[in-house]
Write a protein that binds this ligand. Sequence first.
Ligand code: SF4
Length: 416
Amino acid sequence: MGHRRQGNPPPVALIRCRQGIPIPTVPTSLKQGLLLFWVKEWGLIQGFEEKRLLGWVCSYTPEEIILTLGLTPCRLSGTDENQAADDYLPANFCPFARACLNEVLGMSGISLAGVVLTTSCQGLLHLYNALGYFSRKREERFFVYLLDLPRWGSVKRAAALQEFASSLRLFTEELRRYFGTEWSNALYLENLARLRQVRFLLRELYRFLREHPGRVRAAGVLELVRAAGRLPKEELIPLLLSAVRCLEGEIPVPSGSRAAGLLEKLRPRKPCAGPRLLLVGSPPPLSYVDLLEELGGAVVGDDFCQGYRYCLPEIEEGPDAFLSLARGYLERVPCPRMLAGQERFVYLSRLVKEWQVQGIIYHALKFCDSSLYEYTLLRDFFSREGIPVLYLETDYRSGGLEQARTRLQAFLEVTG
Ligand code: SF4
C-alpha cells in the first residue's frame, strides 16, 4: 500500500518529552470581536490577527505552509445559517460547496483574507469560480487560490509527487508575494512539530473512541477535528492533551477549565452498545452521527477528510520541505477523489478487521460524483467480505433525519 502506516504512538503522558517542542503559554491579550462561532463555541481564545485568516477546504492543503507564512488557517466546513450562496451557485449543486460559500459570504468583512481551494472535484472548482467572482465584486483585496492536486493512482506516482511539490512551491510563492511575508525554515519546523502533535492527539481521541465506544460522542470527535483546522495550534495542543489525559483517567477533570468544556462536548448523550460502525464517504451532517448513537450504534471511527484522514499525514523533515510535504500528504491513504479504489478498499478492510467493525455507513452528498462512483465498488468489495454497507444520502443538512431513523434502525438490527 502506498500510504504509510501510523507508527505506534507514544503514551499520552510522554508526548511533551518525546515530541520535543515546548507547549507555549496561552497569550493573555485576547483579541475580541471575531465572529468565529466555532471558536467561541469551543471556548477557545480568539487570538487571530486581523486580515490574516486564510480559509481552506480540502485535506490536501498543507496547513504547515499557511502557518509558516504567518497566516492562520481557517478550515471551512460550511453552514446553512444563511443561504447567500443562492446568488452564485445553483440549488442542484454540491451542497458542501454551497455550504462553504455560505460560510465565506457570512464571514466576509470579519477577517477572512482569502480562501485556498484544490482542483479536487467539480464542486470545488465551481466554488473557486464563485469566490473569484465574489472577490472581484468586493472592494477589499481577497485572496482566492486554486492549488493543483494531481491524481495519486497506481501509476506515475513519482511524477505526481514532483508535480504536487511544484504546486506547493508555487502556492507558497503566491502567498508570500500577496501577503508580503517570508518563509522561515525554523518556523516551518516548529509548525511541522505542532501539527504532528495535534494529529497525534486527535488519533489518541480516535483510539479512545474505538476502545471505549459509548464513552465519547463520535459527533463530538468529528466536530473537534473540524475545529482543529481553524484553531490556533498552540492553544489546541494543551487543551487536547488535558482532554485525552482526563479521558484516560490520568488526571481529574479541572472544573471550569476549557478542557472541562471540551469534555462536556464529547460526553455521549446515551450509552451505545450496539454494532460497531465505521463511517465512510463524504462528511455528514453531525446530527446524523448523533442519531446513529442515539439508536444504539457504536461509531468506532470514520474515513472522512474532515475526520480521521485529517489526522494521518506524516511529514518528515527532509532537505526539501515541499517534497516532504507532497510526499506526506499524497502517501496518506487516498481520498475517494483519487480514484485509487483498490488501495482504499484494502486500507478500509484493514480498519474493519483491526477495529472489529460490524457494519459500514456510507454517506454521500447529493450530486457528489466521487462518492457515487466509489459507493457501488465499495459495496461489492465489502459484500464479498461479509460486511453490510448502508448507503445514506443527504444534502449536508439535518433535514430528512426522521426518514433516516427507520433505515438506520433496520440496519442496526441486521448488523447487531
Ligand atoms: S473528499 Fe478528498 S478531494 Fe474532496 S475535499 Fe476531501 S480530501 Fe479534498
